[in-house]
Design a protein around this ligand. Structure first.
Ligand SMILES: Nc1ncnc2c1ncn2[C@@H]1O[C@H](COP(=O)(O)OP(=O)(O)OP(=O)(O)O)[C@@H](O)[C@H]1O
Length: 304
């Protein structure tokens, strides 16, 4: 559905994103991870036609039959917020502080041609879909009257308003506290038609995505199904990332905690790995190993 081939992003002579290629199939959830400054956001922004002033993209990116790069702004504008939409990290900067949130959700629909009254009614339905309580009441609130988690749900409602084919999320839960993060991630996984999910957090990628792309120094250095990349990381950066994370690559012997391995299924509530060990293979017995704070994630692989 989305095909990116040889995408480059430059600011003057400096190449910030180099020769990036990947694709996303309908319904697929793809994670984009990489260190700070590796080019994740610029890759996403070039698909949205939202690159900052002085930064330009070249190469090919298509959503279905429609080109996203190297086309006039009017064409991309027509697709943006309709065929593909994006949820950013900080909802407070993306929302208009002077406009009621219901009107902001309705506006993205009227901009794409929906009659005003119909858009207002649909806005309340969308606020309900993103599980905001009393959506009619919330629609009349201003952004500052909502919590961070509620504001991010409003952003998700805006992103979903015109029934996009692809949702791009750039660190959408970083500004939220941990319990709210989990609810938001579950909601995104449920409502996204297809997803490009940008994050630093490997555990989040493991719980949300089927495939992963790893960026380093402006390039995609590794990509593949989640299990392959997490169990057989090839690039040094991915290996380092996994070693530093709460996940342990298959083949690593984990210390037995306090002389015993906790029984399977003893994940703390809210744990993103509940019954979803990313290393699981048919031959691998996986058992969650809980460490001191009871919320670390690792797998026990007796076969290794
Ligand atoms: N407007 C700009 N002009 C020049 N360079 C820029 C501009 N915006 C970003 N860059 C540079 O491009 C590189 C990639 O930035 P990008 O924001 O895509 O990184 P990222 O992987 O999303 O990082 P983070 O995880 O910190 O958000 C960085 O080196 C950044 O400094």
């Amino acid at each position: 559905m989305l095909t990116v081939e040889g995408l480059h992003v430059r600011a003057d002579a400096v190449e910030l994103v180099r020769d990036v290629s990947f694709s996303i199939a309908p319904g697929e959830r793809v994670g984009l991870i990489g260190e700070s400054g590796s080019g994740k956001s610029l890759t996403a922004l070039s698909l949205m036609g939202l690159l900052p002033e002085g930064v330009t993209a070249s190469g090919r990116a298509r959503l279905g039959e429609r080109d996203l790069v190297g086309v006039p702004e009017s064409r991309v504008k027509d697709l943006r917020g309709r065929a593909l939409s994006m949820v950013f990290q900080e909802p407070m900067t993306a929302l208009n502080p002077l406009m009621r949130v219901g009107a902001q959700v309705a506006e993205v629909m009227t901009l794409h041609g929906r009659p005003r009254q119909e858009a207002r009614e649909r806005a309340v339905e969308l606020l309900e879909r993103v599980r905001l309580p009393e959506p009619g009441h919330i629609a009349r609130a201003y952004p500052h009257q909502l919590s961070g988690g509620q504001r991010q749900r409003v952003m998700l409602a805006i992103a979903l308003a015109n029934g996009p084919e692809l949702l791009i999320c750039d660190e959408p839960t970083t500004a939220l506290d941990v319990t709210v993060q989990k609810q938001m991630l579950d909601l995104i996984a449920e409502v996204a038609p297809a997803l490009l999910f940008i994050t630093h957090d490997l555990a989040v990628v493991a719980s949300m995505c089927e495939r992963v792309l790893v960026m380093y120094g402006g390039r995609v250095v590794e990509s593949g199904p989640l299990r392959d990349v997490f169990t057989r990381p090839r690039h040094r950066y991915t290996q380092g990332l996994l070693a530093a994370s709460r996940l342990t690559p298959r083949g690593t012997r984990l210390p037995t905690i306090a002389g015993s391995v906790p029984p399977a299924g003893r994940f703390p509530s809210g744990c993103v790995f509940r019954n979803r060990c990313p290393h699981a293979t048919p031959t691998c017995e996986t058992t969650p190993a809980l460490t001191g704070d009871g919320h670390a994630h690792a797998c026990w692989h007796p076969a290794d």
